[in-house]
Design a protein around this ligand. Structure first.
Ligand code: IDP
Ligand code: MG
Length: 136
């Protein structure tokens, strides 16, 4: 069974900094994703801490939040059939070294922390994350 879904994607600072925004959007479009909403913003550290709250007990939490707030990011609502899982597949493994050919992280990721993209990991979290960035 498939169903039309929305997911949140972020092009992270390392990719925006290398001007990879249009290449990455092209990869989404080629896989059938529609970009419903998008904005380029820079968030402050406290917003990054809120966004990544699920990871607050992890040893990398502080560095992760410093990093996400270190430069401009592009946040997008993507829509497609099975968008959540489809985006996770297109992104590839968290560590670019483990990502398979054809994925965004394989192509553009630098390291486990500078891995170029974020994508929601469940339908429930996608709703929360879309609201986080796009609720009026
Ligand atoms: P995901 O982005 O593939 O969903 P998560 O486990 O949700 O991966 O972790 C969120 C982000 O935290 C990752 O994208 C990565 O940038 C960073 N991260 C995850 N694990 C590590 C680690 O072991 N060391 C440093 N950074 C990490
Ligand atoms: Mg995650």
């Amino acid at each position: 069974m498939s169903s039309l879904e929305q997911t949140l994607s972020i092009i992270k600072p390392d990719a925006v900094e290398r001007n990879l925004e249009s290449e990455i959007k092209e990869m989404f479009k080629n896989k059938g994703f529609k970009i419903l909403k998008e904005k380029k913003i820079q968030i402050d550290k406290s917003e990054a801490e809120k966004f990544y709250k699920i990871h607050e007990t992890k040893p990398f939490y502080n560095d992760l939040c410093t990093y996400l707030s270190s430069g401009p990011i592009v946040v997008m609502t993507l829509e497609r059939e099975n968008a959540v899982l489809g985006n996770r597949e297109l992104m590839g493994a968290t560590n670019p070294q483990d990502a398979i050919e054809g994925t965004i992280r394989k192509k553009y990721g630098i390291s486990i922390d500078k891995n170029s993209v974020h994508g929601s990991d469940s339908i429930e979290n996608a709703k929360i994350e879309i609201d986080f960035f796009f609720k009026d």
